[in-house]
Design a protein around this ligand. Structure first.
Ligand code: TXA
Ligand code: MG
Length: 326
């Protein structure tokens, strides 16, 4: 059964937040490391615990779209439309910062990222708390996002004051980020809401990335990386690649498409790739962490087709396989 924090646990969490402490909580995407977004000291603790540069902005989580004007100004009509269609849900909307929004939470930027998460525990916490919660993914900077309460405890240990357990995150990859602060909407990060769905509600094509996004930490190529090296190979080459790595003495984890015969992967740690993109996203970070726990030195995986949720999956796999800082 899915764990669900009691009312007493939620009240304890709210008291901790009001006192400027940190509370990890489940969302439908990944676990967040929450702090009172209106308290610059609490927000600076988030940066310290994550080991994240303070110029990298945080997402402010809200109980409902009605709170948008308290944080952003103006709230364009397109933002209202997206909120109506996709909130609560895995979509983050970047708008111009409102005058009362602390610069600590926006990393000094003139824009603010807002999201209403679709998880009963996150919503219960936000409703009881009453304000906005600044929350990055509850992992150390640069490592794989947590999708269970145990992942959070493994990563952050006693640095987090309260961990609310709401079970495994349903979506499993971070929210889609769309920037509506400029003249035309820009897709900053693919995620749980697909580009196709956004474009149909906005009624226009989304451009991707761009010069304005260089400060976004999700753009750093080494993001979302497990300890093991990740190699992305086409399906027909999986068995040969695994054999070659094993011959070099590597301990190999393989997220293997079901049509690669198990006999061809003998000697490797094998996890079978689920059939649907939804299931693949749901499992991605747990699979990467499991290979790390198993002591794998290299992980072999394949890129999904890049439409729908496949765009977000491919993005995270490429980042996991990207160059690492020295
Ligand atoms: O699914 C999610 O979005 C999760 C859950 C906890 O809500 N949160 C999450 O937060 O992934 P984080 O901090 O790991 O990633 C947030 C991304 C960063 O790449 C950050 O640069 C970008 O959002 N971001 C935040 N504010 C921004 C802004 N004002 N302009 C551009 N990008 C922004
Ligand atoms: Mg993150």
């Amino acid at each position: 059964m899915t764990p669900r924090p009691s009312d007493t646990e939620l009240d304890t969490a709210v008291r901790a937040l009001r006192a400027g402490r940190l509370v990890a909580f489940p969302t439908e995407t990944v676990y967040g490391l929450g702090a009172d977004a209106s308290n610059p000291d609490a927000v600076s603790r988030v940066f310290a615990v994550k080991g994240r540069p303070t110029s990298h902005p945080l997402i402010v989580h809200l109980a409902s779209a009605a709170a948008m004007p308290a944080w952003a100004d103006p709230v364009p009509e397109a933002a209202q439309r997206l909120a109506e269609r996709f909130w609560p849900g895995p979509l983050t909307i970047v708008l111009r910062r409102g005058s009362r929004t602390p610069l600590a939470v926006t990393g000094g930027h003139d824009t603010v990222a807002l999201r209403v998460p679709a998880h009963p525990v996150a919503l219960a916490l936000l409703e009881r708390f009453g304000g906005g919660l600044a929350a990055p993914s509850a992992n150390r900077f640069g490592s794989v996002s947590p999708t269970t309460a145990q992942h959070v405890r493994d990563d952050l240990g006693t640095d987090v004051d309260v961990v609310l357990d709401g079970g495994a995150c349903a979506v499993g990859v971070e929210s889609t980020i769309v920037d509506l602060s400029g003249d035309a909407p820009v897709l900053l990060r693919p995620g749980g809401v697909t580009r196709e769905d956004l474009e149909s509600v906005l009624g226009c094509a989304l451009s991707q990335g761009g010069a304005r996004t260089v400060a976004a930490p999700g753009q750093h190529p080494s993001h979302y990386a497990p300890h093991a090296q990740v190699r992305l190979v086409p399906v027909p080459e999986v068995a040969n690649e695994v054999r070659a790595l094993l011959a070099q003495g590597q301990r190999v984890g393989v997220w293997a498409p079901a049509d690669v015969p198990a006999a061809e992967l003998a000697g490797a740690v094998v996890r079978t790739l689920p059939a649907t993109l939804d299931e693949q996203a749901h499992e991605l970070y747990e699979v990467l962490r499991a290979f790390d726990r198993d002591g794998c030195t290299t992980i072999v995986a394949c890129l999904p087709p890049e439409h729908g949720l496949g765009l977000a999956l491919a993005d995270r796999l490429r980042k996991a396989a990207g160059p690492r800082p020295a």
